[in-house]
Ligand binder design. Structure first.
Ligand code: GLN
Length: 489
């Protein structure tokens, strides 16, 4: 059963060949079997999920209408709220924090009868590219358990690759959905900024954060987007326009123009280039034409801009974890100043501290004009450049990553880790939809992918382009089950 896509599982539930309880029981068992070798989860919601499955079976038995995700198990990243359950952000700071309300995505999934079975591991507060900055555990890549699944949504990507659930949610501030999707051989989609509500997502860098799905197929991604890609009055940046994300699935790519910023491609590995070219050849065979003259010169500065803006926003967003309003409180403090100081020293990990320091620095008087304001200006130029580029093409193709999954423990230099996001950050800076889908395996049997981007609000067209390409690449048909060791008992 765990080989099936969300769309297939939903059909089985509807036609009565599988009950929600049978599906849920199976996936919980599957999670328990593979979790010791993958470490994807922070929380397994067995009791809660089984109760919901029972209620759903009863609802169906009464003849009531059921939702778009009825019967489908879902795993969400542990930086999104489920009322009454823990939201840890993989941080000691929030180790004992219980969510007082549902995130909008949680509410929407449950309104459509999806069943949330667990919460997945991440880099602390979603800062990182390997999931190694989690306070709790390292997640392993299901294709090779010595490798990182990428990050920061590494748990959600590994969970789908390890067939622990057909759908999961991650958050992408600078690449945290697309990079782990590429490392784990699954599809990962970052929607247009504002498409998915951030209400109930713990903020990292609010002008860049965006929730999006992981799945084995683009069709499943579109299904999940029809559930979560809705206007929300509790998020002031939410786009107030109806969208059917499946409406273009099936359109031809004939006449579509794919832009390639050639000057960026050289930054990926040789195997990365091979896989990129393979994807481009397939797009051509589907009738698309290629424009090699696209320039994204400012993308070369994207990492520098991002690590000023994202850390600045993080430094203000994380100020609330002071041991008083939120988070861990030190019991060693003897006065108020020490409560602040020691709670933060004990509660945050080293990468989070590094970012708070950097962000505070670039916002401090004297440096604000030199760094923060300057970075804002370059961000605007980056958006303008994309706008010009999309006058010449419908989609832009890039590698999702500079390399395939690296070994855990290998990428410890923070600057090297920051370079992971070279191809992904610019879409966050410009608020664009972008997707990574797998193209095949490297010589070392690790997945590689291709990334496609489109102009703001072109999500539905972009999903179709990825869907057509995915069908012609046949990755998920050929390599459906990663070679994971299942430790029982
Ligand atoms: N790897 C990037 C960072 O460390 C992106 C993180 C993200 O998208 N959440 O900030």
């Amino acid at each position: 059963m765990h080989n099936k896509t969300a769309t297939e599982i939903h059909k089985h539930f509807i036609d009565g060949t599988l009950s929600a309880q049978a599906i849920c029981k199976h996936f919980i068992k599957r999670c328990k079997e593979v979790e010791p070798s993958i470490n994807a989860l922070i929380l397994l919601l067995e009791e809660r999920a089984m109760k919901q499955a029972k209620m759903l079976d009863e609802k169906k038995a009464r003849g009531e209408e059921v939702g778009l995700l009825a019967g489908v198990p879902v795993i969400i990243k542990d930086n999104m709220h489920i009322k009454g359950e823990k939201t840890t952000c993989a941080s000691k700071m929030l180790e004992n924090y219980t969510a007082p309300f549902d995130a909008t995505v949680t509410r929407l999934i449950e309104e459509e009868d999806g069943i949330i079975i667990g919460k997945s591991n991440l880099d602390e507060f979603a800062m990182g590219s390997s999931t190694e900055y989690s306070y709790f555990k390292n997640t392993n890549n299901p294709w090779n358990t010595e490798c990182s699944p990428g990050g920061s949504s590494g748990g959600s990507a590994a969970a789908v690759a390890g067939l622990m659930a057909p759908l999961s949610l991650g958050s992408d501030t600078g690449g945290s959905i697309r990079q782990p999707a590429a490392f784990c051989g699954v599809a990962g989609f970052k929607p247009t900024y504002g498409r998915v509500s951030r209400h109930g997502l713990v903020a990292f860098a609010s002008s860049l954060d965006q929730i999006g799905p992981f799945a084995q197929s683009v069709e499943d991604i579109a299904l999940m987007m029809n559930v979560i890609g809705k206007y929300c009055e509790r998020d002031s940046t939410s786009i107030n326009e109806e969208e059917d994300y499946t409406k273009h699935l099936g359109d031809s790519l004939k006449g579509k123009v794919i832009g390639i910023p050639q000057h960026l491609i050289e930054y990926t590995s040789d195997e990365g280039k091979e896989h990129f070219v393979k994807g481009i050849e397939k797009l051509k065979s589907l009738g698309a034409t290629i424009d090699n003259s696209i320039s994204l010169a400012f993308s070369e500065y994207s990492i520098a801009i991002y690590y000023i803006l994202a850390t600045a926003e993080a430094s203000t967003n994380l100020a609330r974890y002071d041991g008083i309003r939120y988070g861990h409180r030190s019991n060693k403090a003897t006065n108020l100043a020490e409560v602040y100081k020691l709670s933060r020293t004990e509660g945050f990990g080293k990468e989070v501290k590094r970012r708070i320091l950097l962000g505070t620095y670039v916002l401090s008087s004297g440096y604000q004009d030199a760094y923060f304001k300057q970075a804002q200006k370059v961000r605007t130029l980056c958006i303008k450049e994309y706008k010009e580029a999309f006058k010449k093409c419908d989609f832009i193709a890039l590698p999702p990553t500079i390399n395939s999954a690296f070994k855990r423990g290998e990428n410890i230099d923070p600057i090297e880790m920051y370079r992971q996001d070279l191809f992904t950050i610019s879409a966050n800076l410009a608020g664009l939809p972008a997707i990574s889908i797998p193209t095949g395996l490297t010589k070392d049997q690790l997945p590689m992918g291709i990334q496609l981007q489109a102009w703001q609000k072109e999500d539905a067209n972009l999903l179709n382009c990825a869907h057509q390409l995915e069908k012609s690449l046949q990755f998920s048909d050929l390599y459906r089950i990663p070679n994971i060791e299942v430790k029982r008992g």
